[in-house]
Ligand binder design. Structure first.
Ligand code: SME
Length: 165
């Protein structure tokens, strides 16, 4: 069991503390699935107001469900489809305040109202995406985006080994 003392009251500090915890979890561990699983657990425990937190992996240019917390979800998402597929196709973070207004949004969980999807790129290769869903419209702001992009930057090299597609 890992015990982290994360007590930040402002978002930038929260993400800095989560980054330190993530670093402790993945340092020295080459197994990508284990590292995604612990990262999903960390996000789920410390980010308030989420209904889904997890990963889709790039498996031969298709997104395939990876470790996550939340309700059982869609297993395969083509590049370009929905919010996750848009992040994979463009390799740009998608921060969506109202998923119902996003063309092609895939409703895995009817409770989702807003979504943040960060592509995971390492050495020029798309490894997958981090997907966070919230039941609150506009849940994710620029600080969440910057914080999650930093977490993904720390995680990416720890996912590169075992997931080579
Ligand atoms: N809503 C996502 C699909 C993944 S689930 O939210 C877990 C999308 O449109 O890409």
């Amino acid at each position: 069991m890992y015990q982290f003392d994360i007590a930040a009251t402002d978002k930038p500090a929260l993400y800095r503390e989560m980054e330190q915890a993530l670093d402790a979890l993945v340092t020295g561990e080459p197994d990508a699935i284990a590292n995604m699983a612990n990262a999903a657990a960390l996000l789920w425990e410390y980010l308030p107001d989420l209904n889904w937190a997890g990963f889709y992996r790039n498996v031969r240019d298709e997104l395939v469900l990876g470790p996550f917390q939340g309700k059982a979800a869609c297993i395969r998402i083509p590049f370009g489809k929905g919010v996750c597929g848009a992040a994979a196709a463009t390799r740009a973070t998608q921060r969506v305040e109202d998923v119902h207004a996003f063309p092609g949004h895939i409703a895995c969980d009817a409770a989702s109202a807003s979504e943040l999807v960060v592509p995971i790129v390492h050495d020029g290769r798309l490894i997958g995406v981090l997907d966070l869903d919230s039941p609150t419209p506009g849940r994710f702001d620029a600080e969440d985006q910057a914080g999650c992009e930093r977490l993904v930057a720390r995680l990416a090299p720890a996912l590169a080994g075992a997931l080579a597609a």
